[in-house]
Design a protein around this ligand. Structure first.
Ligand SMILES: O=P(O)(O)OC[C@H]1O[C@H](O[C@H]2O[C@H](CO)[C@@H](O)[C@H](O)[C@H]2O)[C@H](O)[C@@H](O)[C@@H]1O
Length: 273
């Protein structure tokens, strides 16, 4: 476990502005946060991530400040993401929007069919020769990571495209950071944000979507369309429709810590206008 006290960078003007808005008008905003690469630094493998000590407490405090209008929207399975922030439990969408637990606890689940499970089984065999490729079985979705085998990206993409085609229209290929996933096609992260916005305490608020990857583009588009804010974290590896940028997950954690504390900290949040 890490703790995190990094300061905002000069390029984090949008984050400073966001902090001021959240502190000034906490009843106006709803916050939708991606996890990997947004709240948590990327790691070489999916299980090597580290949740900074203060993050869960700060998320809980920000959620309270916003009257509970904070949700996690992740490509991880809902169960895995819950564990990361246990004992806190936030409204959450998993598997890129296919799984959802609303504020009232009502849960939408996504299940693998026998045919999908058979394809997953075959994928493990088919990629066994690909040294460094890591298969992450998420139940109704599967991810093939090549961060440790970057030269295999093209070969792996072809395998995952074939997988998605064989899986049929209920699944789709989702490229990401050094990963190809096959996920349920029926819901995106944007759909999940739209669904949250129909429920109290999210309804009537302006959405702020924060993310770092291709899968987050649908929630950026939704937030923009609803008159909210969208923030792309980290270096730009692809075109984005996000309206603003943040330098790193550390900048997002600093912003959350500042909002949790309830007043602009000495990190420069107050000084920037
Ligand atoms: O929507 P997110 O919460 O950002 O989840 C997206 C995917 O994140 C994970 O993979 C990414 O993070 C790993 C850990 O840092 C990294 O090793 C990998 O290269 C990244 O692609 C996760 O493993 C996937 O299941 C999520 O869909």
């Amino acid at each position: 476990m890490l703790d995190d006290d990094e300061q905002l960078q000069p390029s984090d003007a949008a984050i400073r502005h966001l902090v001021r808005r959240l502190l000034a008008e906490p009843d106006r905003w709803a916050l939708f946060l991606d996890i990997d690469g947004t709240l948590i630094d990327l790691a070489v493998t999916p299980d090597a991530i580290q949740v900074p000590l203060s993050l869960t407490a700060n998320l809980s405090a920000v959620s309270s400040r916003l009257g509970g209008a904070l949700a996690l929207v992740t490509g991880r399975s809902l169960a895995y993401a819950d564990e990361l922030f246990s004992p806190a439990r936030f409204p959450i969408a998993g598997l890129h929007g296919a799984e959802l637990r609303a504020v009232d606890g009502g849960t939408t689940v996504a299940r693998a069919t026998p045919a999908f499970s058979e394809l997953k089984h075959r994928l493990v065999k088919e990629t066994a020769w690909m040294e460094g490729v890591l298969i992450e079985d998420k139940g109704a979705a599967i991810a093939a990571h090549y961060r440790l085998a970057p030269a295999l990206d093209t070969a792996l993409e072809k395998i995952m495209r074939d997988f998605a085609e064989k899986a049929g229209p209920d699944w789709t290929l989702q490229p990401g950071k050094m990963v190809f996933e096959v996920r349920p096609s029926r819901a995106s992260k944007g759909d999940a944000v739209a669904s949250f916005l129909e429920q109290a305490p999210f309804s009537g608020r302006l959405p702020i979507a924060v993310g770092d990857d291709l899968t987050d583009e649908s929630m950026f588009a939704l937030a923009n369309a609803r008159g909210g804010q969208s923030i792309r974290v980290g270096s730009l590896s692809h075109a984005t429709c996000a309206l603003a940028r943040a330098s790193s997950p550390s900048a997002i954690r600093t912003a959350l810590a500042t909002v949790a504390a309830g007043e602009p900290a000495a990190s420069g949040v107050a000084a920037a206008r």
